[in-house]
Write a new protein. Structure first.
Ligand code: BJW
Ligand code: ZN
Length: 245
């Protein structure tokens, strides 16, 4: 496989990155769709929706406890590390939005990081407004809130739930500001482009004049929205594309 030339990030150009489950595949974590995807053992509606949690909270907690154990034992791969290194060079000209909840970007050192779909390692209460809290525990049955007695749940954005509007706002403002300054590159990696609103970011970036670049193992459903596609493993391609390898 021939590796790409580094992206042109000179002349004050910024970099907006969107990642998905594929960037953690080389760390040994399953992706969601396709062969070996998580949905095969656990249908999505049973484990990643408010309705599924209301129907069987113990099943949902068993599923997330298993995910916590898997992610806690995983290490960042070369793709995560390349993104952390390019952030060191670009500083405030860099933003990383991830759909992943596994914590591996933070573990690699990424700081200008938005976890759009929440975190596996936080829990919140479904019954009261106490703030989400750090929690790495595995549960067999659903834990209860010390404050109100309500059911605790993973701090994850499930289907049909809204993402934090502040997070979407930060992405939009970063892209508008970058477009008005030196312009920007939008880079997506390891995502099927099938889940919204993340899937819409590339169109928004393109309409602001960004060069849109994709790194993915397979062509995704929104391939037509990208100017450039590098097919293959993000752990090999990102270090080359970002010039950090
Ligand atoms: C590699 C690789 C390697 C593998 N290297 N690549 C507009 C239109 C239609 C529907 C909607 C819409 N707006 C909202 C919706 C509804 C819904 C939605 O998008 N549905 C679609 C499925 C149709 N969205 C929502 O409900 C969102 N909420 C919302 O918008 O609220 C307002 C609203 C609600 C309802 C209607 C309208 C508005 C919330 C979405 C929350 C998503 N949550 C999940 C589960 C979290 C739980 C958990 O983690 O356990 O997040 S779904 C799941 O998919 C997870 C992921 O973050 C997300 C994205 O998956 P991702 O990352 O793309 O992974 P994969 O597996 O799909 O793809 C991996 C890719 O990597 C593949 O392409 C491989 O080829 C590649 N790959 N190895 C490079 N080594
Ligand atoms: Zn509570």
């Amino acid at each position: 496989m021939s590796l790409p030339e580094p992206l042109d990030l000179g002349a004050g150009r910024a970099l907006m990155v969107l990642t998905g489950a594929g960037v953690s595949a080389e760390s040994g974590l399953s992706t969601f769709r396709g062969g070996g995807g998580l949905w095969e053992d656990h249908p999505v509606e049973q484990v990643a929706s408010p309705e599924g949690f209301a129907r069987d909270p113990a099943l949902v907690w068993r599923f997330y406890s298993e995910r916590r154990r898997g992610a806690a034992g995983a290490r960042p791969n070369a793709g995560h590390i390349a993104l952390a290194r390019i952030e060191e060079r670009l500083g405030d000209r860099f933003l990383l939005a991830t759909q992943n909840v596994d914590g591996l970007h933070a573990a690699a050192g990424s700081r200008r990081l938005l976890e759009m779909h929440g975190s596996l390692f936080r829990t919140r209460c479904s019954g009261c407004d106490r703030p989400p809290f750090a929690d790495c525990a595995a549960y067999d049955g659903p834990p209860l809130c010390d404050l109100c007695g309500g059911l605790l749940r993973p701090d994850i954005v499930w289907f049909g739930e809204s993402l934090d509007p502040a997070c979407l706002d930060l992405i939009e403002r970063f892209m508008i500001r970058s477009a008005a300054a030196g312009g920007f590159v939008f880079l997506a990696a390891g995502t099927s482009g099938s889940v919204w609103p993340a899937a819409g970011c590339v169109e928004a970036a393109g309409s602001l004049g960004a060069r849109t670049v994709l790194v993915n193992a397979e062509p995704p459903v929104n391939l037509h929205s990208f100017d450039e596609f590098h097919q293959g493993a993000s752990g090999s391609i990102l270090p080359a594309l970002l010039g950090t390898g």
